[in-house]
Design a protein around this ligand. Structure first.
Ligand SMILES: [Zn+2]
Length: 69
């Protein structure tokens, strides 16, 4: 296992990103509803991909906003 320089909070404790868990996913979206870039969130590539997919599903189900004003 390779240790990442930045702490990936997604890898710790959580293996699966539930698109129904809007409260959890909201950690990874910014104030205006956009997905936080990996440089800022510190998520690893695998997690970021899962987060993106989960956020997109959640948006489709109207659990998360596309744009927040
Ligand atoms: Zn990760």
């Amino acid at each position: 296992m390779v240790r990442r320089r930045k702490f990936c909070k997604s890898c710790v404790g959580r293996y699966y990103f539930d698109y129904k868990d809007a409260r959890f996913l909201s950690q990874f979206i910014s104030d205006n509803g956009r997905i936080v870039p990996r440089r800022i969130s510190g998520a690893c590539a695998q997690c970021q991909r899962k987060i993106t997919l989960a956020v997109k599903r959640a948006r489709h189900l109207a659990l998360l906003p596309y744009v927040r004003r």
